[in-house]
Ligand binder design. Structure first.
Ligand code: ZN
Ligand code: MN
Length: 475
């Protein structure tokens, strides 16, 4: 039997606001534990929350960028449950009136465009963080994260493979980065995904029993968890066993999941409207201002790069997948006569160097302007593209201008015909066999002779002159 996998995601993104959602405590990551808390985020009796306006603005911004409808009158609700990291014993979230509903994102998988629905996006507060110490067998708690603003993005169960989940998640992350709503640092927990997954016989109308895996914090973990859980459920069904509705913990180091708790009894969170906060009213003027603050999004930028800079679709998609990368490209391309060469350098040498050095594009030691100059030197035949790689390496380490480097190390193309002719003659007299081959019709041997001339000139001879002189001499 063939099976179909059905996946929906719940993504939590910490918003990149300066202060928390209901108090003035800072949201900065990495401070000493419990140094960024106050009576409000600690849930002390009598403390009154005040909503941070930026949180609403960022949620609306995300909703507009993901094709959602905006709820002009919404509210916040208490979601009651006990957990040690939740100091109030309830979380302020949104129940029946989320700020955004019914959006979607289009993704590309294997050359096909596919639409993934977004049910809702609501605002809520993050909990504190438990730190389990295995050596002492105890658990510590850090409340710095309590009250950090979150949006929760809930998709429709529209994804059917790990590739689709990956494409959706990466697209969503790119949009959150473009709109600067979240820093999306997954290693710091700024972006985490819960995976709801079930399988059913292909073509079946009703969905199978689903399981949930919570707080996946890397794209790789998400992909692997989807693949393993699909396989596990299909194997269960093939053996005639039932799937248990449960929450499972994904252990990415071991690459396996194990049951955490059964979800048979639906939780009753006893939601009710938060009495200490008033309704959230968004008027047309505010909505308009937020809409105007949304920058050009990746899909639009991609189309524009193809048109404006004549980039192939592949290059444009790759470069616009990160805003800082797209900005770097555009800063170089707009002053260059050869944007495609800029794109080649970025997707090749630049990204390799960044990867090797563990550097982000924002920390690149070569400015966009200098990269453009390097491409100009190649295009105006002052250096060969082989020498340009050396110049690039020196630029990376020294912060010098490319033309200064060329001058300092004498790297200019050798285009003096007399000098090249002398070397060509040398090569011809040293390689009689290759010359005979060419004369008897093996034109490919000319490449070997070109290589010899290049070797003798440290790669600096103008290849056009070399080729011309060699073909004249071997007629
Ligand atoms: Zn606080
Ligand atoms: Mn949530």
């Amino acid at each position: 039997m063939k099976y179909e996998v059905v996946v929906g995601l719940e993504v939590h993104a910490e918003l990149d606001t300066r202060t928390k959602i209901y108090c003035n405590c800072t949201t900065k990551f990495g401070a000493e534990p419990n140094t960024q808390c106050c009576p409000v985020c600690l849930g002390l009796p009598g403390a009154i929350p005040v909503l941070n306006k930026k949180v609403v603005e960022y949620a609306v911004k995300t909703g507009l960028a993901t094709n959602c409808s905006i709820t002009m009158l919404s509210k916040q609700d208490r979601k009651n449950y006990f957990y040690p990291d939740l100091p109030k014993a309830y979380q302020i979230s949104q129940d029946d009136l989320p700020i955004c509903t019914d959006g979607y994102l289009d993704i590309e998988v294997e050359g096909k465009t596919k639409r993934v629905g977004i049910h809702r996006i609501h605002i809520e507060e993050d909990a504190g963080k438990l730190i389990h110490s295995e050596s002492n067998n105890d658990t510590l708690i850090d409340f710095n994260r309590a009250g950090v603003p979150l949006i929760e993005i809930v998709t429709a169960p529209d994804m059917h493979s790990s590739q689709e989940v990956k494409a959706f998640f990466e697209k969503l992350k790119t949009i959150l980065e473009y709109t600067e709503v979240s820093d999306c640092k997954m290693q710091e927990g700024s972006l985490r995904a819960d995976i709801n997954l079930s399988v059913k016989p292909e073509g079946a109308k009703t969905l199978g029993t689903r399981t949930e895996m919570k707080n996946l914090n890397s794209t790789r973990a998400i992909v692997r968890a989807v693949e393993h859980e699909s396989k596990r459920q299909i194997e269960q069904l093939e053996q005639g066993l039932l799937i248990t509705q449960e929450t499972r913990r994904w252990d990415d180091a071991k690459c396996e999941s194990y049951p955490l708790r059964s979800k048979k009894e639906a939780h009753d969170y006893r939601f009710f409207a938060e009495p200490n906060l008033c309704s959230i009213i968004i008027d047309d003027a505010w909505l308009k201002r937020i809409r105007a603050s949304i920058p050009e999004l990746p899909d639009d930028k991609k189309v524009r790069f193809i048109k404006q800079y004549d980039l192939p679709e592949y290059d444009a998609a790759y470069i616009t997948s990160s805003k800082p990368l797209a900005d770097y490209f555009e800063n170089a391309a707009k002053i260059s006569k050869n944007p495609k060469a800029i794109s080649n350098w970025i997707m090749g040498d630049v990204l390799n160097k960044l990867k090797d050095g563990g550097i982000q594009i924002t920390g690149i030691p070569i400015s966009a302007q200098r990269l453009t100059k390097l491409v100009d030197l190649i295009d105006s035949n002052i250096i060969s593209s082989r020498i340009a790689k050396q110049v690039f390496e020196i630029m990376w380490d020294t912060n010098d201008e490319p033309d200064e480097i060329v001058e300092k190390y004498g790297l200019q193309v050798l285009s003096d015909s007399d000098t090249i002719k002398r070397i060509v003659n040398e090569v011809i007299s040293e390689n009689p066999k290759a010359v005979d081959d060419i004369k008897s019709g093996k034109k490919r041997s000319i490449g070997f002779l070109v290589g010899q001339v290049m070797r003798k000139t440290d790669g600096k001879a103008d290849p056009r002159i070399v080729n011309q002189l060699l073909s004249e001499a071997t007629q």
